[in-house]
Design a protein. Structure first.
Length: 123
């Protein structure tokens, strides 16, 4: 299987306010009304330009953003179906530490290796 070079650089921004409704987070955990999902994280990355074997990457179809509350258990994911998009705001994050990584996806649905994992604390 051919893998891609992943020069991903992820960065975070501050939490934002939200209403006080009770909700479920992406992991299916109930979030009480007093600690609703109020956070967000802005991710940015650079699109890969070549596969790890040096061949051109000309069939990029998009990305998956993986995230979760443990760096080795990124159980939530968001599809980014436009390969020209290299920034995404993950919203509705409950308080706590969240971890994020990105993979690129080719036209056949083959995923690259995960980018480096970054984290953001939501208060």
């Amino acid at each position: 299987m051919t893998r891609w070079l992943l020069p991903f650089t992820l960065s975070m921004v501050s939490a934002c306010s939200a209403d006080e409704e009770a909700a479920m987070d992406c992991l299916g955990r109930r979030v009480p009304a007093t600690a609703s999902m109020t956070g967000s994280a802005q991710l940015t990355w650079q699109a890969p330009q070549a596969r790890t074997d040096g061949s051109p990457l000309n069939a990029l179809s998009g990305y998956w953003i993986y995230y979760g509350v443990e760096p080795d258990q990124l159980d939530c994911r968001i599809p980014v179906e436009d390969p020209s998009v290299t920034t995404w705001k993950v919203t509705e994050l409950s308080p706590g530490e969240w971890y994020f990584a990105v993979v690129s996806v080719d036209g056949a649905g083959v995923e690259s290796e995960l980018s480096g994992v970054v984290s953001k604390r939501i208060d």
